[in-house]
Design a protein around this ligand. Structure first.
Ligand SMILES: Nc1nc2c(ncn2[C@@H]2O[C@H](COP(=O)(O)OP(=O)(O)O)[C@@H](O)[C@H]2O)c(=O)[nH]1
Ligand SMILES: [Mg+2]
Length: 247
């Protein structure tokens, strides 16, 4: 795991950032998310993306809602793909594969993630990283329920042992990826997709960097059952690490 600023080539051969033409801007960025009955939060999240990126980033929502979430998303100019609710990973996999733009950023639609840090994520991609992963635990994640915080520390410890490198937050929802990374790997997990999206690129020697982020209290109800979801995530971490080791 990279912890320092690096300017060397990523695993995809990218050197010092974006394309031959120079650095990526927010016109090259898609912000994507699964949305499931998030009418309390979605207006704020999309307004923040609009403000921070000067309206330049494209927004894609894969939506399973029965409330006003998709209408609000469309009012904000987002592309909305509707599908029945089938879990986090089913929605987010569809969301990351939808855009044509070269940089894909995931977030949750619950107003927990700091859209104001989007410029830092883009800057790190421009420095040559293939994946930039928001680390919520770095600053303590006081806004996270204590049980989830404990679980997230445990997932990071488990993944670190299996990976042989220290990772700090395996289940964060906020990351930036070069599109090439999301397209070149087959994604198999549902609740555990977030961990998979960190682990497979790391074990395929992509240039992955964790970056500290602030984390806010959720607006609206969580869609994840902490016990069942936690067990599924632990199983995903073990399965994905073993699959990658024996690939
Ligand atoms: N479309 C869709 N989105 C989902 C589903 N489950 C969760 N989400 C969204 O995925 C994101 C993460 O879920 P969240 O409840 O915030 O999980 P937590 O952060 O672990 O509490 C949120 O934006 C949810 O609305 C689903 O089945 N379908
Ligand atoms: Mg969330």
């Amino acid at each position: 795991m990279s912890s320092e600023k690096r300017t060397g080539p990523g695993a995809n051969g990218a050197v010092d950032g974006a394309t031959d033409g120079g650095e990526y801007t927010f016109e090259d960025v898609s912000v994507v998310m699964g949305t499931y009955n998030e009418e309390e939060a979605i207006g704020t999240v999309l307004a923040d993306v609009e403000d921070v990126t000067d309206g330049k980033a494209e927004v894609v929502c894969v939506d399973g809602s029965s409330d006003r979430t998709p209408e609000i998303a469309r009012e904000h100019g987002a592309t909305v793909i509707e599908q029945p609710p089938q879990g986090y990973g089913v929605a987010v996999r569809a969301a990351i594969l939808e855009p044509d733009r070269p940089v894909v950023v995931t977030t949750d639609c619950d107003d927990t993630y700091p859209m104001e840090q989007l410029p830092e994520f883009l800057e790190l991609i421009n420095e040559g990283y293939d994946v930039v992963s928001g680390d919520r635990l770095y600053h303590g994640a006081d806004a996270m329920p204590a049980f989830n915080r404990l679980g997230n520390h445990a997932f990071a410890a488990l993944a670190s042992v299996l990976l042989g490198t220290r990772v700090h937050d395996t289940t964060t929802g906020m990351r930036a990826y070069r599109r090439e990374v999301v397209e070149s790997i087959e994604w198999t997990e549902n609740t555990g997709l977030s961990a998979e999206l960190l682990i497979r690129p790391l074990l395929r020697r992509y240039d992955v960097r964790e970056h500290p982020i602030e984390y806010r209290e959720r607006a609206g109800e969580t869609k994840l059952d902490p016990i069942q979801g936690g067990a599924e995530i632990a199983k995903s971490i073990v399965t994905v690490c073993l699959e990658e080791r024996f690939r």
